[in-house]
Design a protein around this ligand. Structure first.
Ligand SMILES: C[S@@+](CC[C@H](N)C(=O)[O-])C[C@H]1O[C@@H](n2cnc3c(N)ncnc32)[C@H](O)[C@@H]1O
Length: 307
C-alpha cells in the first residue's frame, strides 16, 4: 500500500490494524478530547463492544482505554527510533455539553478538573511508552473566562513519548538572552573549584568563549512554549496552530521521514510536514474534514509552485 502523502478516510483503530509494523518516523496528533464536542463522525465499534464516537464515551476511563488501544497500534507502526507527540486538553466535571450519557458522573466530579491528560499519559506508560517531556503550550491570546472561583486556564499539554531509549532527536535551540551574552562578555566570575551550570570554571570559560564567537548558537529549548491560537476560517473547530507542531517535526522526524497523524482533521500536520520537507500519512473519520484537508494542501502546493 502506498501511504506516502495520503489521507485514509476511516477510523484510526481499524485503519492502523491493517498497516505494517515499524514504518513511521514520527507521530504528531491531537485526538478528540473527552466530552468536549461532537465531531459528527460515524459510530465506531470498539474492542469492548461499545459503539460510538471517540470522546463521547460515558466515562473518561473508557475514553482513555479506547484512546490507548489506538496508541497501541500506533506504537506497532512506529519505528523503534520513532517519536510521538500528543496534544490533549483537560475537562472540568460538569462542563459536558449536555451529554445525557455522561450526566450520571455529575455528583462524582462536579467542578473538578478531571486530569485526563495525565490519566492518559500514565496509561501510555503502563502500556510501554516512555514519557520524555510534558510540554506546556501557553496561549497568550486565550479567551477570557467568566468564572470567579478559580484561575483562567491559558494552556494545554503536549506530551512527548518514545518507544525505546534510543530515538531520533535533533536538538532544538533557543537564542541566548541579551543578559546572558553580556555575562559571557564579563567573563566567569566564579572561583576555582566552584561549578556553574554543571561545568568547572575552566570548562565554563571555554563555553563562554564559544558563545561569544558564535560556535554555540543558543541554549537547549525549554518546555514551556508560548504560541497564540490561530483562527481558521474553515468549518473545523479544533485546529492546532502550525507553530505548535513545527518544533516536534523538526526535532522528532528526519528530513524525508514519515509523519503520521491518526486524527488528521483539517490537515495541519500534513501542511507543516510538507513545508519542512517531510512526508506524511493521515487518517480522518469525517469525510468532510478529509476534503477540507485535501483543499488546504492543494492551496498550499499551488502557492508553493507559484513562488
Ligand atoms: C482535535 S481534531 C484534530 C484537528 C487537527 N489537529 C487540525 O489541526 O485540524 C480530532 C479529529 O479526529 C477525528 N476523529 C474522531 N474520531 C476519529 C477516529 N476514530 N478515527 C479517526 N479520526 C477521528 C475528528 O473528526 C477530528 O477531525
Amino acid at each position: 500500500m502506498d501511504l506516502i502523502n495520503k489521507l485514509i478516510v476511516g477510523d484510526s483503530l481499524n485503519s492502523l490494524r491493517k498497516l505494517p509494523e515499524g514504518f513511521v518516523d514520527c507521530v504528531v496528533t491531537s485526538p478528540p478530547y473527552w466530552a468536549l464536542r461532537n465531531y459528527g463522525t460515524n459510530p465506531v465499534e470498539w474492542p469492548d463492544g461499545w459503539i460510538g464516537e471517540l470522546g463521547l464515551e460515558p466515562s473518561f476511563e473508557q475514553y482513555i482505554t479506547h484512546l490507548c488501544d489506538i496508541f497501541d497500534e500506533i506504537k506497532r507502526t512506529l519505528k523503534n527510533s520513532g517519536t510521538c507527540w500528543v496534544n490533549i486538553g483537560d475537562t472540568y466535571g460538569g462542563n459536558w455539553m449536555g451529554l445525557s450519557n455522561i450526566r450520571h458522573l455529575k455528583n462524582r466530579c462536579n467542578k473538578s478538573l478531571l486530569l485526563i491528560p495525565f490519566r492518559f499519559a500514565l496509561e501510555m506508560q503502563n502500556r510501554g511508552w516512555k514519557v520524555r517531556n510534558v510540554i506546556i503550550w501557553q496561549k497568550p491570546n486565550c479567551t477570557p473566562q467568566s468564572m470567579k472561583d478559580r484561575f483562567t486556564v491559558d494552556f494545554e499539554y503536549l506530551f512527548f513519548f518514545v518507544k525505546s531509549d534510543k530515538y531520533y532527536f535533533e536538538q532544538q535551540l533557543e537564542p541566548f538572552k541579551e543578559s546572558s551574552i553580556k555575562r559571557c562578555q564579563g567573563g566567569c566570575s566564579r572561583n576555582k573549584g566552584e561549578r556553574y551550570q554543571g561545568l568547572s570554571k575552566k570548562n565554563y570559560d571555554k563555553y563562554q568563549q564559544k558563545v561569544l564567537n558564535g560556535e554555540v548558537k543558543g541554549k537547549n529549548k525549554r518546555a514551556v512554549w508560548n504560541i497564540p491560537t490561530s483562527p481558521f476560517r474553515g468549518a473545523h473547530f479544533a485546529v492546532y496552530p502550525r507553530k505548535l507542531i513545527e518544533t516536534p517535526i523538526k526535532a522528532g522526524c528526519p528530513e524525508g521521514g514519515l509523519v503520521l497523524d491518526p486524527f488528521m482533521g483539517s490537515g495541519t500536520t500534513a501542511l507543516v510536514a510538507e513545508k519542512l520537507n517531510r512526508n506524511w500519512f493521515g487518517i480522518e473519520l469525517n469525510p468532510e474534514y478529509a476534503r477540507m484537508a485535501e483543499g488546504r494542501l492543494y492551496t498550499a502546493r499551488e502557492k508553493q509552485n507559484a513562488a
